[in-house]
Ligand binder design. Structure first.
Ligand code: ARG
Length: 459
């Protein structure tokens, strides 16, 4: 039986059912129906304006496309999952509805430039949404940092208690990461916003088209200047997933800390009941499932990135059907990061810090030992000698089950005559935190400055 496919030029027999199913991408690309239809409207308008089709034909096509768009949106026109892809579906319905004039729409274009166009338009809108969600999270973190800027907590290196810091300072590190994520997303969006339409199959066209007309109508900043690149380039997918993958890595590190901090071992924070779960067997449990899932889903986004890079790496120019696989990975990455951000945006405002537990942990780990050494430096000792003395005092405290604050001045004097009563001020945890007034340091004023900076930047 002869094929009735729109693209059946030379074939004598129809394709096998399983081949059709295998070839079909409608289940994935149907979400681009709006971009496909508005792209086609701009194309029809250009064809009409340039006299490639008659102006009244362009109008008929545009009116037909408008009808299809509103019918899909209202649910009156369900998308046929038996169609090959969204481009074929829209064109088939158009011709069904307005007759032969609908067949003129595909003049001076190809599905190759059409799919590149639709995907860029869809993803630039998605990039905007991810940026907005990221902004909300950065601001929520800044609010928490301001609320908890006076809470003293151990700062860690090697997951060993290191120096006293403000809990707000620790939180603000994540806000800074999110600011960079927003920059990366904006950058990816900017490079993506270049119109491929008019590249046609790969070589451009003999028709007197106006690519700038279409690009401008569709909100692009410029057009691709090489038609082969126009249909072959999927950098914008790889770049967006890569920005998302880095952002997921940040969300995952944050989640890991939320999980640690809400454990019984730390007890630094409590997440709200709305964003934790219980156990079906252990009644005492409050599990940080949401944070764990964000951490877990980071893995699949890395998979999406590897997927797209691997699909593209061996492809000869120009279009190859392998490229149809681009959408599954990039859509998955987009959907995943949006979901994770929405959950984080719900979870963070309800996070409660436990001041006493933080202070207790800060008091137990000799995290003021650096300040003890610095005290002797101020009194004139070279840092290396001061460091040694401070180390010996810590060792003694550990042996005697004491902390630095417990030793008497007489005991301190056994190690150095430079010790005076003001040493206790110097090793007071709050003072240790507050003295770190260097720009970007952990003093309360510095934390507030960071909070103000993030709010100002995100205005
Ligand atoms: N569904 C296809 C894709 O997503 C559209 C482009 C098809 N082009 C072609 N020459 N078969 O890549």
């Amino acid at each position: 039986m002869a094929s009735n496919k729109m693209w059946a030029g030379r074939s004598e027999t129809a394709t096998a059912k399983i081949a059709d199913d295998f070839n079909s991408s409608i289940a994935v690309d149907c979400r681009m129906f709006k971009e496909d239809i508005t792209g086609s409207m701009a194309h029809a308008a250009m064809l009409g304006a340039k006299g490639i089709i008659k102006p009244n034909e362009a109008d008929e096509i545009i009116a037909g496309l408008e009808g299809i768009l509103s019918d899909i949106q209202s649910g009156a026109l369900p998308i046929d999952m038996e169609a090959e892809d969204i481009h074929m579906f829209v064109e088939a319905v158009l011709t069904e509805r307005i007759g032969d004039v609908g067949k003129k729409l595909h003049t001076a274009r190809s599905r190759n430039d059409q799919v590149a166009l639709d995907t860029r338009m869809y993803l630039r809108a998605q990039a905007n949404e991810i940026i907005a969600l990221t902004r909300t999270l950065a601001l929520a973190i800044a609010d928490k940092a301001e609320e908890y800027k006076e809470y003293i907590v151990p700062g860690y290196t090697h997951l060993q208690r290191a120096q006293p810091i403000s809990f707000g300072h620790h939180l603000m590190a994540y806000a800074m990461m999110l600011l960079r994520d927003i920059e990366r997303l904006k950058d990816a969006r900017r490079r993506m916003n270049v119109s491929p339409i008019g590249s046609c199959a790969l070589a451009g066209t003999t028709y007197d088209t106006d690519r700038y007309f279409e690009a401008e109508k569709l909100g692009f900043d410029s057009i691709c200047l090489n038609s082969i690149d126009g249909v072959s380039d999927r950098d914008f997918c790889a770049e967006l997933i890569s920005a998302i993958a880095i952002e997921m890595m940040h969300l995952s590190r944050f989640s890991e800390e939320l999980i640690l901090w809400s454990s019984w071992e730390f007890k630094f924070i409590e997440l709200s009941d709305e964003y934790t779960t219980g156990s079906s067997i252990m009644p005492q449990k409050k599990n940080p499932d949401m944070a764990e899932l964000i951490r877990g889903k980071t893995g699949r986004v890395y998979g999406d990135l590897m997927g797209i890079l691997t699909v593209l790496k061996g492809l000869p120019l120009a279009y190859n059907k392998d490229m149809q696989e681009d959408k599954e990975s990039v859509f998955d990455a987009v959907d995943t990061v949006k979901m994770c951000l929405e959950v984080a945006n719900g979870m963070i405002p309800g996070m409660k810090a436990k001041r006493e537990n933080m202070l207790k942990a800060a008091g137990e780990g000799f995290i003021n030992a650096t300040d003890l050494a610095d005290y002797l430096v101020v009194k004139g000792l070279p840092f290396r000698s001061a460091y040694k003395i401070s180390g010996r005092i810590v060792a003694r405290c550990i042996a005697e089950g004491k902390i630095l604050e417990n030793l008497s001045l007489e005991e301190y004097k056994e190690y150095s005559v430079l010790f005076e009563n003001d040493l206790y001020e110097a090793i007071n945890l709050r003072n240790c935190m507050e003295k770190r007034t260097s720009v970007g340091g952990t003093s309360i004023a510095s934390v507030q400055m960071q909070v103000d900076y993030v709010r100002e930047t995100l205005k």
